[in-house]
Design a protein around this ligand. Sequence first.
Ligand code: KIV
Length: 277
Amino acid sequence: MAPVLSAQSHARTEAIRSAKGGEPVVCLTAYTYPVAKLLDPHVDLLLVGDSVAMVLHGHENTLGATMDMMILHGQAVMRGVRNACVVVDMPAGSYEDSAEQALACAKRIFEETHCHAVKLEGGTEMADRIAAIVKAGIPVMGHIGLQPQSVEKEGGYKIKGRTDESAAKLLADARAVEQAGAFSVVIEGTIEPLAAEITRILSIPTIGIGASAACDGQVLVIDDAIGLTIDRVPKFVKEYADLRNEIAKAAMSYAAEVRARAFPTADHVFRKQTPKG
Ligand code: KIV
């Protein structure tokens, strides 16, 4: 199959790949045009994560994400981005069946959003899917450790690497993802020393979330980072703003002014045009 890689996606994913061992790669999720536009000047990579299903659509977990949802949000984010590398998540059910299914869905995401890469969850058992997508010219970011799409299969969100068996599996996953041709890999919910060790071993950048400061980069869900998460905030999150409070304060002020007929004022209404001079 002829490669479909655009020069731009190659340049942006190679810039991330070449950051290995250098200045940390700054990543956040983004799902909408305005947020992508606000974040673009400050980050290296924007991830249109399948967390969108929970964060914006109120699903219980990321299994609620669909291809159409990822493509719609991928398109919105791409309209707001000038510099960052944009990676769109492949939703659950779009790549597990076979390498052919994975390639067809990756191509649809790539072609309909014009993003720079796709991301999928899984290690050794997904290596052939990663290899098929990369061979077709679409850059892939791996995702190992805690894999949120496996929440039902695993009966919850389980931190990885706590036993020798779990650590050995994770090391094998990391090597498999690298060998399959991924340009970088997210390590999620993994004990700190193991995430640091994987970072030392791999030649591609590791992007940590609930992992280690030694990773080559860090990613957070944007709504977690700006204090917009309504339900439980995970332990690995640091809130850099308190938008929950800001939104509540704005809504209270607006409601009070509307009820008191203090808004709109003369500044916010239109009148007949008055002749000049
Ligand atoms: O969907 C997502 O937001 C992610 C990050 C947590 C890495 O996969």
